[in-house]
Design a protein around this ligand. Sequence first.
Ligand code: T6T
Length: 330
Amino acid sequence: MERRQFLTMLGAGAAVAGTGALTLPARAENKKYTIALVPGLTTDAFYITMHRGAQAAADALGQDLLFQGASEWNVTLQVPVLEAVIARKPDAILIAPTDKVQLVEPLKKAFDAGIAVFCVDTFIGNGVFQTGAGDADFPLSYIASDNILGGRIAARALAKSIGDKGKVYVSNVKPGVSTTDQREEGFKAEIKENHPNIEVLETQFNDDDANKAAAQVQAVFGRTPDLAGIFGANLFSATGSANGVKQAGQAGKIKIAAFDAPESVVQELKDGTFEIAIAQHPAEIGYFGTVAAFAHLTGNSVPTAIGTGFTVMTKDNIDDPNVKRFLYTG
Ligand code: T6T
């Protein structure tokens, strides 16, 4: 062997050995960590699918996953669940906080107890973590969709389907939810910047209740008979709006851009109730959230933000297996 080649190999070997020494897990061999996932609510196909992704990662890594949440999107219900989870002393908590402000103090208790906190889907504060600024930057990472972009995608699709003019409104959950606030923000910014002939009416807040969202369609349509479109900013807003539009006999006439993709969107797209459904990748959020927690617990650094993708579903692509696989199937 040539001397130069030998030296190169020696150098490479030393580098590998050096890297290995630096990243060796700082844990006792075979120690199992407990990672808790606290969803926004347990009965939502979005979080059920996120749980599946988290479980897949926990199984692959040989770690324990705890899934505990409230049955409704409600701060008053989520806080006691979080307190019960903290009492079980998990090593890490992945949480979708139901309010940007009201979950800061309850989560600070987890942080003070030495539990690693990660936000999945929704965030606290401004969602920018580990900056040393403010009192809500203590979570280690935010793993989620780009919700402002999602709102913009919805606006473009809805604008196209209504011929770039007319009246629309946003059906939304409630103010203070980071994800749906950002979707509305992205939607309105896109309309304002690029669709001057579209008027955005007052947002209708439904408290994550599809029945309320359906009733609101009737009310808005009653006073605005030339209503052209609706942006359903999450699963219950979109499915409720679909029901409302059907009850008003306006399916396919009042266009809907839907956020989220429970299995029912297949039919809604095919029969023209939805123009577009923006599927998030909740399994990916759960998977990478769990991997991030494990990386941290084993002494590795983690990125402060991990962005997950979207799949835009239409009647023309919904039968494609590469699209269909992003339906929220639990
Ligand atoms: O849209 C998702 C999630 O991203 C949002 O934060 C709350 O609503 C859903 O869970 C859908 O119901």
